[in-house]
Ligand binder design. Structure first.
Ligand code: BES
Ligand code: MN
Ligand code: ZN
Length: 512
């Protein structure tokens, strides 16, 4: 299984004089803030300008956020003009641009546009990286299982950024290409997650990790701990979850090291390739969505893939406990008590709270093995986070406020919002077991996302740690036109890459 590298748009930068419209399928993109008429593009030919002005006069074209208009222009150097509504200038953000581009992408697709020239001459403030990444995210299609002839029509393959002569073209191109690469990595995670669970088993996840290491060069290695090795290490919390499945568990460890690194960061991703709930079986409705229970794993692997290419001055370790949670005759039953590899005992009162069980061993092992400066886990851990935050933000809980704040800041800039929930000791007390050190569930219906995190904290020792609950944002998103609700979102890949390659992760401090 390879991370999909499809839908890569090639990007170039030029001035209006140098813009060349050769070939078909060209479209001029003209941005428009709400009510900031007339349209502002020297590339617009007179006839289209007149038609568009008439539409402005009739209030068809307003520039309102997320409104786009495509005007075919068969006799022109370009074959059409797309007016991209940006909304009120004062309210415009990188995320509002991403959403506008998401809408535009459907229109471009419907009109079979393959190449766009975006006139930025009068819009130097537009965040070009957000434009490029949202286009790549919007154009991603998951068609592994479709017939060849049903595979989608050509999408935008080339983006020409048209700028004023004074603009630093090389810097703009570099920023745009970096954003394109981040979004390609995110699409890679989406591809792993969208793949059906019969084809995305723990072993397949491990093979994907091996491939990343092979292609990642000398600085990257991958070790996969099998069931026997995990038994030797006493990872009974993880192994207990895997017991009901015919598919053997894997503990995937991808290591990227840099010779000048002074910091080691560990990323841990929940890799439940299918979560039936086990003996505490889930209801049938929507159970198929539980193929997405490995989104944390997909995000960590895709991030590692990108890290091996971007080569930051850091050591980054990606750890993925991969299992399937099934209810067969050998499955773990409620009330069983297991001992994790750090010696702590856990009463498994609900076999559907399996994510925290596999993460317990993964976190304890990571802390002990790499002694990282900080550890961040991503997991589709609780339905409760959807109750708390809907599909709009992920919950973040941690033991180190600077670490949490630096992640929140990275998420704000990539449009992947995190909202911090508290982790007072009271919550940790709620996770104490009756017969064991810990229970794997807290009091029913009370602060489920936080109690899940409180459980995880018991396996992180003194290492600064943050837990991101992505159950609400990993799929089923409806508020971002650049993501399709039926697909996995790859939420976290761009956030982590921004965090790892920006200043924030290197210092461990929140940006000021
Ligand atoms: N994978 C689920 C969480 C989940 C729910 C992800 C909905 C995506 C959408 C997790 O393993 C789970 O079942 N959690 C339980 C925990 C409970 C038993 C304490 C839950 O949220 O109900
Ligand atoms: Mn579960
Ligand atoms: Zn789960």
């Amino acid at each position: 299984m390879k991370l999909s590298m499809d839908m890569v748009t090639s990007i170039s930068v030029c001035t209006a004089e140098d813009m060349n419209w050769e070939g078909g399928g060209n479209c001029l993109v003209v941005p428009l803030y709400r009510k900031e008429f007339p349209l502002n593009s020297a590339l617009l030919q007179e006839e289209e300008e007149l038609v568009l002005q008439a539409l402005v006069d009739r209030e068809v074209l307003t520039g309102a956020a997320g409104t786009c208009y495509y005007l075919p222009a068969p006799s022109r150097p370009y074959s059409g003009v797309l007016v991209l509504g940006l909304g009120d200038r004062k309210k415009a953000t990188a995320e509002s641009l991403r959403r506008a581009v998401g809408k535009a992408a459907s229109l471009l697709k419907a009109n079979r546009v393959e190449r766009i020239g975006v006139d930025l001459v009068h819009f130097p403030e537009l965040p070009v990286p957000a434009f490029v990444e949202s286009l790549n995210l919007a154009q991603y299609r998951f068609d592994t299982y479709k017939k060849e002839e049903e595979k989608p029509a050509p999408a935008v393959r080339e983006v020409v950024l048209v700028v004023a002569d004074s603009v630093d073209k090389a810097a703009l191109l570099e920023a745009a290409e970096r954003a394109a690469f981040f979004s390609v990595a995110a699409n890679g995670a989406r591809h792993l997650a969208n793949t059906a669970s019969n084809d995305m088993t723990p072993a397949v996840l491990a093979a994907a990790a091996q491939k990343i290491a092979e292609e990642g060069g000398e600085q990257c290695t991958c070790a996969v701990l099998d069931q026997q090795r995990m038994e030797e290490l006493g990872m009974n919390a993880l192994l207990g979850v895997a017991r009901g499945s015919g598919k053997p568990p894997q503990l995937i460890c991808l290591e990227y090291t840099h010779p000048e690194a002074t910091r080691t960061i560990t990323l841990v991703g929940k890799g439940v390739t299918f979560d039936t709930g086990g003996i505490s079986l889930k209801p049938g409705a929507k159970m198929h969505e539980m193929k997405f229970d490995m989104c944390g794993a997909a995000v960590v692997l895709a991030t590692m893939m990108a890290v091996t290419r971007l080569k930051p001055v850091l050591n980054v370790i990606g750890v993925v406990p991969a299992v399937e949670n099934m209810p067969d005759g050998n499955a773990q039953t409620p009330g069983e008590i297991v001992r994790a590899c750090n010696g702590k005992t856990i009463e498994v009162l609900n076999t559907d709270a399996e994510g925290r069980l596999i993460l317990a061993d993964a976190l304890a092992y990571a802390v002990d093995t790499w002694k990282p400066d900080c550890i961040v886990d991503l997991a589709t851990l609780t339905g409760a986070v959807v109750i708390a935050l809907g599909h709009v933000a992920a919950g973040v809980v941690g033991s180190d406020s600077a670490l949490v704040q630096s992640l929140v800041a990275a998420g704000e800039s990539t449009g992947e919002r995190l909202w911090e929930l508290p982790l007072w000791e009271d919550y940790e007390e709620m996770m104490e077991g009756t017969f064991a050190d810990l229970s794997n569930i807290g009091p029913e219906r009370e602060a489920g996302t936080i109690t899940g995190a409180a459980f995880l904290k018991a396996f992180t020792g003194d290492t600064p740690w943050a837990h991101i609950d992505i159950a609400g944002v990993s799929y089923g998103i409806r508020n971002k036109p650049y993501l399709k609700p039926e697909y996995a979102t790859g939420f976290g890949v761009r956030l982590l890459l921004e965090w790892l390659t920006g200043r924030t992760a290197q210092s461990g401090q929140a940006s000021e």
